[in-house]
Ligand binder design. Structure first.
Ligand code: NAD
Length: 299
């Protein structure tokens, strides 16, 4: 299958490589030359522009930071046309970025007017899942479009859920990430409390992992450096899922909660804590660095 892949960041790059390894014909692009060079070195064919990638593509996949990037890419911005004008009718578009459900619906409606099918398919599983091809996809769109996308999604993930119509994948994703944001802060607090009492963080983490406090952060993503070799904490919080991306998702959850008059007090508090952490200069670090807010100073 000929696949255009746009957005080669921490997630998109490894996802595109998995499609390449599965035998698909790829044409990839990122606005960042460094990102293009990094994945070109792994054998990913890089196109000159986003418009060039979609020429002849049967499937287009995008993995961009936020709503404005996705809307700008497909519908255009600052007087520049979007790539939707260059995508042939009958093509399937899979947007895996985490963005506002309203933006997903807006772009999907514009695509449908051009005879292009689009699903929102945000993911969970982190960079480890992107590399291993074990992501969870939460899909919004028609069941028929999901079945068309399935052979492509299966090369990048192991769990594929149909959340509902266009935008529903995004709604499921922000519910999940609101919970993750809260969990990471709670886990950080518990570890910091134990360490302040002289406990060994590895022993404490293992006790909680196997007890009623067990959760994904303790299982796969311990926030304290040195506890878990594979977690971003142990590489100075580089790569992974940026604090500013978590802040964006918690903002989307709060906007959504306001729109449907839902009560999300811990989600609101979590958004404010990640905002404070970002303002302190940690926006580019992995979100698990939020433990710095509750850690005792060293020395
Ligand atoms: P990232 O910042 O590492 O990568 C995004 C890439 O998009 C960058 O390389 C950027 O240059 C590129 N880009 C931006 N606008 C572009 C455009 N118009 N055309 C081409 N390229 C463009 O982000 P990421 O961590 O890969 O996350 C991508 C999305 O996946 C986000 O919505 C994020 O919330 C979501 N997500 C991330 C993780 C994670 O663990 N990192 C997990 C699940 C979901």
């Amino acid at each position: 299958m000929k696949i255009a892949f746009i957005g080669l960041g921490n997630m998109g790059g490894p996802m595109a490589l998995n499609l390449l390894k599965a035998g698909h014909t790829l044409s990839a692009f990122d606005l960042s030359k460094a990102a293009c060079d990094k994945f070109a070195a792994d054998g990913l064919p890089i196109a000159a522009s986003a418009v060039t990638t979609v020429a002849d593509a049967e499937v287009v996949v995008s993995m961009l930071p936020a709503s404005a990037h996705v809307e700008g890419l497909y519908l255009g911005s600052n007087g520049q046309p979007g790539i939707l004008d260059s995508i042939a009718p009958g093509t399937l578009v899979i947007d895996s970025s985490t963005i506002a459900a309203a933006t997903s619906r807006k772009v999907a409606e514009a695509a449908a007017k051009r005879g292009v099918s689009m699903i929102d398919a945000p993911v969970s599983g982190g960079t480890g899942g992107a590399i291993a091809g074990t992501l969870t996809f939460m899909v919004g769109g028609s069941a028929a479009d999901l079945e068309r996308a399935r052979p492509v999604l299966e090369k990048m993930g192991t769990n594929i859920f149909h959340a509902g119509e266009a935008g529903a994948g995004q709604t499921a994703k922000i519910c999940n990430n609101m919970l993750l944001g809260v969990l990471m802060i709670g886990t950080s607090e518990a570890i910091a409390l134990g360490v302040a009492n002289g406990l060994d963080p590895k022993v404490l983490s293992e006790i909680m992992r196997r007890s009623s406090g067990g959760n994904w952060a303790l299982e796969k993503y311990n926030p304290l450096p040195g506890v878990m070799e594979t977690s971003p904490a142990s590489r100075n919080y580089a790569g992974g899922f940026g604090t500013d991306l978590m802040l964006k998702d918690l903002g989307l959850a709060q906007e959504n909660a306001a729109a449907v008059r839902a009560s999300t007090p811990l989600g609101g508090l979590a958004r404010n804590l990640y905002a404070a952490h970002s303002l302190a200069g940690h926006g580019a670090l992995d979100f698990s660095s939020v433990i710095k807010l509750v850690q005792a100073p060293k020395g």
